[in-house]
Design a protein around this ligand. Structure first.
Ligand SMILES: Cc1cc2nc3c(=O)[nH]c(=O)nc-3n(C[C@H](O)[C@H](O)[C@H](O)COP(=O)(O)OP(=O)(O)OC[C@H]3O[C@@H](n4cnc5c(N)ncnc54)[C@H](O)[C@@H]3O)c2cc1C
Length: 374
């Protein structure tokens, strides 16, 4: 219910990290929710690696970092809240993270950054310098001779399972979910949503969380939306018979990384292909790039089985900041987008902020800096 005590109906378009979390938070507040997702191949949430460890990043935009750090802080509350609602299939674990670099200056700079950023972030846990042997004891395929900074609070999550759990929890609270394609039109300063049969979906608020496809859905409203697809190719390996569930996330301080899941699976990411358009192909160059970077830092993976390469389109905005809030010029239209390469970390918290703002609550973090058009 909103501050006037009345219940509103929200139509949420897209059930990736942003839409699923917005739907969950709106449903938690007692409002009606309808979630519609076309489940495009290339949905970023289905391909995302799942690292939640903001403290080592080299990106410095203060508004973006504030959201990134708050996103990681919020995970504890999110997971506890979902578990309290009976949702336990989340693929989340605080496995810790190892930051390494073959460049001593970069390694020293990373140490200083992490120390400064974690000073007021208890959720980051203990920060320790590890020698090469200790680091390899935690992540055995790691190249010999690399020291590491261990961040105990680093985590990984299976975004497929977490987003599905948020949608399921919303549905348990009365939300409706369906698979369909929505188009938008405009009438008298209001947006109208039509399903694939041309039927109008009645809603007090239309919330577009359509990721890399948002520009397509907003164009008929005369809106130029500054989010483009950035293709990521990400490789999944299996080390049969090896217990990988507790392996830490590996962050080599370049754009590549590694993390492990429960089923002897190691994920090596990822390409960042700007101006890719919606190119769904696994390419020889992409595969070569990711495997080359992965085997360079972790040669012990050379004999792993290559089981899958996923493609995802990151919703990359012209600024690194996410876009959150009402769309100027419309009475009933809001946006959540632009999560870029950090959306698994940021998405749940950003969805909560969007939900809070739409139901008339004061968002936990001011969202003016992220407003559409800001
Ligand atoms: C390879 C890769 C690795 C990544 N690794 C990490 C990581 O380790 N940590 C991290 O924090 N982030 C990571 N990310 C980023 C993260 O995955 C994304 O930022 C996040 O998933 C984006 O979520 P979203 O909900 O905005 O978009 P999406 O997940 O793409 O969801 C948008 C949804 O909208 C639907 N949709 C669009 N148009 C319509 C329409 N007209 N009608 C109905 N439905 C529609 C689509 O079908 C889609 O399901 C990674 C991304 C990639 C690609």
């Amino acid at each position: 219910m909103n501050q006037n005590g009345s219940t509103m109906k929200f139509l949420i378009i897209g059930a990736g990290m942003f839409g699923a979390s917005t739907a969950y938070d709106v449903a938690c507040r007692g409002h009606q929710v309808e979630i519609v997702d076309e489940v495009h191949p290339g949905k970023a949430t289905l391909a995302g690696a799942g690292i939640v460890c903001p403290w080592a990043t080299r990106l410095t935009d203060p508004d973006w970092y504030a959201m990134y750090a708050a996103g990681a802080r919020y995970y504890g509350e999110l997971i506890a809240g979902l578990e309290a609602r009976g949702e336990t299939d989340l693929g989340y674990r605080r496995v810790g993270a190892l930051v390494v670099s073959e460049n001593p200056a970069e390694f020293a700079a990373a140490g200083e950054r992490i120390a400064a950023r974690t000073a007021d972030a208890p959720e980051a846990g203990e920060i320790r310098r590890l020698g090469s042997t200790e680091a390899r004891a935690l992540f055995p395929p790691l190249r010999e001779g690399l020291e590491a900074i261990h961040i105990a609070g680093g985590a990984r999550v299976d975004a497929r399972r977490l987003s599905a759990a948020m949608v399921r929890a919303a549905v348990t609270m009365g939300a409706r979910y369906r698979n369909d394609y929505i188009t938008l039109s405009t009438h008298g300063g209001r947006a109208r949503a039509l399903d694939s049969t041309g039927r109008e979906i009645a809603a007090d608020e239309i919330v577009v969380c359509a990721g890399a496809w948002a520009a397509q859905i907003l164009r008929p409203l005369g809106l130029m939306h500054p989010v483009k697809p950035q293709k990521g190719q990400i490789v999944h390996l299996r080390l049969a018979g090896t217990a990988t569930a507790n392996w830490p996330v590996l962050l080599p301080m370049n754009s590549y990384y590694m993390l492990a899941f429960d089923d002897s699976r190691i994920v090596v990411g990822a390409t960042r292909e700007d101006d890719s358009g919606f190119d769904y192909r696994v390419t020889a160059e992409g595969q070569f790039e990711v495997l080359g970077a992965g085997l360079d830092i972790a040669p012990g993976l050379a004999d792993a089985e290559l089981i899958e390469t996923r493609i995802g389109f990151r919703p990359a905005a012209s600024s690194v900041r996410p876009i959150i809030g009402r769309v100027p010029g419309f009475d009933n239209l809001a946006l959540g987008n632009g999560l870029g390469a950090g959306g698994i970390s940021i998405g749940p918290f950003a969805g909560r902020l969007l939900a809070q703002s739409l139901v008339g609550e004061k968002p936990e973090l001011p969202i003016e800096a992220y407003a559409p058009g800001a």
